[in-house]
Every structure is written in structure tokens, then in C-alpha cells.
Design a protein around this ligand. Structure first.
Ligand code: ADP
Ligand code: ADP
Length: 228
């Protein structure tokens, strides 16, 4: 298994307020697949994503990616892991306001070993005509496309998306999901999408449902359909 998640536990708070938000998560994702992490708000989805992303540390258990255990990495190794292997897409884009679309995307390529060609990527993203605009001149969908570009330009093994359509209308959300799918097919990145939007499971190879820090249900989606 490319991504192996074993008995992951996470606590927040101290003393009386100490609560276990991940209660021993064990699962895995194969290379190049799209995995959707579903569950109600507060079920632990973002926490799990952030642990996979090396942003938060688990209190127990193990995560290995292509054989490397992230809990064994020191800070320097973790930052290299994030830089070379991971792309992150957030609900609210987090673009740099005074940089253009093209420059925001190039930020993602900074220090990367194997960056994609920015101009080709701008075309794939449908942003070529907008490459010299700054974020305030863009629609929400275009801002999210830019943020996907910044995440993907280093050609990461894993693309982590935290509610990528959470701030977008129905039609724009569909366009963004379609784009994520196109990127997955073109570059072969393993994709993990955290969402509370049940409809997104249709495009997934694997669906994992969390509730109260446990896996409630998981399955391979044999009826996967293309996002449209
Ligand atoms: P989801 O992404 O499914 O909405 P989260 O992973 O964000 O769930 O949160 C899981 C639980 O952990 C929630 O009860 C939330 O309140 C709590 N939590 C998340 N982040 C923190 C934090 N930094 N400090 C304390 N509690 C947190
Ligand atoms: P999309 O292609 O994401 O559906 P729209 O059709 O909503 O974009 O927008 C068309 C054009 O209007 C865009 O090229 C963008 O420059 C501009 N635009 C849209 N929304 C905004 C906004 N909130 N602020 C500034 N410009 C916007």
C-alpha cells in the first residue's frame, strides 16, 4: 500500500479537557487513487489530513508513505517531505494578494526538485488568459484553480485537499472537482479530498467515512463515475 495509516490516535486539550479526536484509525490508499474522506463536522477529517500532511503530529500509531514513516522524521526531513512530496489545497485558497496568478503558482515550485512547466500548467488549469491578474481580480473558482496550481506545480506524490469546494457554488464546485480529476489522470498523483459533501464520493476510488474519530465505513468505489 502506498499510503499506510495504522492505529492513528490524536488528543487535543489538557487535563479535564483532554479529548481523543482520533481513536485508532487504520486504513490505506493505493498509489494514484482518489480517496474521499467524508464525515460530519468535528469527526476528525482535517486532523487526519494534517497528520498525513506532516502539519500535526499523531499521539500514537504510524503513517508510512512509499515505505517512509513520517513519525520517524526529524523537522528537517519533515520539511523536505512536505516540500517534495505533498501539495495542499485549502477551502479559502490562501493566495498571496500582491502576486499574480502565475507568480502564486511559481511559489509552489520554489526549491522543488522536479517542477512542472508553469505555462503548460496554466493552460491545463484554464488560467492562461488570467495569468497576470492578482487574486482580487479573480472569481472564487479561478482563485481555487490558482491554489490547485500552486499545490501541483511541484508534481507531488500526494495532493491533499481540505474542503476544496467548501466556498464555491454548485457549478464552480463541479468544475473544480473535474480539474482535480484531470490532474489525477494526467500526473498520477494520489489525491485525498476531505469534504462533508456526500456527492463528491461519486468520483472517488475509495471512500472513508469518519464519525467521532473512528472509521464508520470504508469501501472501494466500484461504480466510480467521472466528475462532470
Ligand atoms: P472535521 O475536519 O471532521 O470537521 P476536525 O479534525 O477539524 O474535524 O476536528 C476534530 C475534533 O477535534 C473536533 O472536535 C474539533 O473541535 C477538535 N479540534 C480540532 N482542532 C483542534 C485544536 N487545534 N485544538 C483543540 N481541538 C481541536
Ligand atoms: P468562472 O470562470 O470562475 O465561472 P466567472 O464567470 O464568475 O468566472 O467570472 C468571469 C470574470 O469576471 C472572471 O474572469 C473574473 O475576472 C471576473 N470576476 C468574477 N468574479 C469576480 C469577483 N468576485 N471579483 C473580481 N472579479 C471577478
Amino acid at each position: 500500500m502506498f499510503l499506510e495509516i495504522k492505529s492513528i490516535e490524536k488528543y487535543y486539550g489538557t487535563g479535564e479537557n483532554r479529548t481523543k479526536v482520533l481513536k485508532g484509525i487504520t486504513t490505506g490508499v493505493e498509489k494514484g487513487k482518489i480517496c474521499v474522506l467524508l464525515g460530519p463536522s468535528g469527526s476528525g477529517k482535517s486532523t487526519l489530513l494534517n497528520i498525513i500532511g506532516g502539519i500535526e503530529k499523531a499521539d500514537g500509531g504510524s503513517i508510512s508513505i512509499d515505505g517512509s514513516k513520517i513519525e520517524d522524521m526529524n523537522e528537517k526531513q519533515l520539511s523536505l517531505y512536505r516540500r517534495n512530496h505533498l501539495g495542499y489545497v485549502f477551502q479559502f485558497y490562501n493566495l498571496i494578494p500582491n502576486l499574480t496568478v502565475k507568480e502564486n503558482i511559481e511559489v509552489g515550485a520554489f526549491l522543488s526538485k522536479n517542477p512542472l512547466d508553469t505555462d503548460e500548467l496554466l493552460h491545463t488549469l484554464g488560467l492562461w488568459e488570467h495569468k497576470d491578474k492578482v487574486p482580487s481580480q479573480l472569481s472564487g473558482g479561478q482563485q481555487q484553480r490558482t491554489s490547485i496550481g500552486r499545490a501541483i506545480v511541484k508534481n507531488p506524490d500526494i495532493l491533499l485537499c481540505d474542503e476544496p469546494t467548501g466556498a464555491l457554488d454548485y457549478k464552480t464546485s463541479k468544475d473544480i472537482l473535474k480539474l482535480i480529476e484531470t490532474i489525477n489522470q494526467k500526473y498520477g498523483n494520489t489525491v485525498i479530498i476531505v469534504t462533508h459533501n456526500d456527492a463528491i464520493k461519486l468520483m472517488a476510488d475509495k471512500v472513508i467515512k469518519l464519525r467521532d474519530g473512528n472509521i464508520r465505513k470504508e469501501y472501494e468505489n466500484t461504480e466510480k463515475v467521472n466528475a462532470e
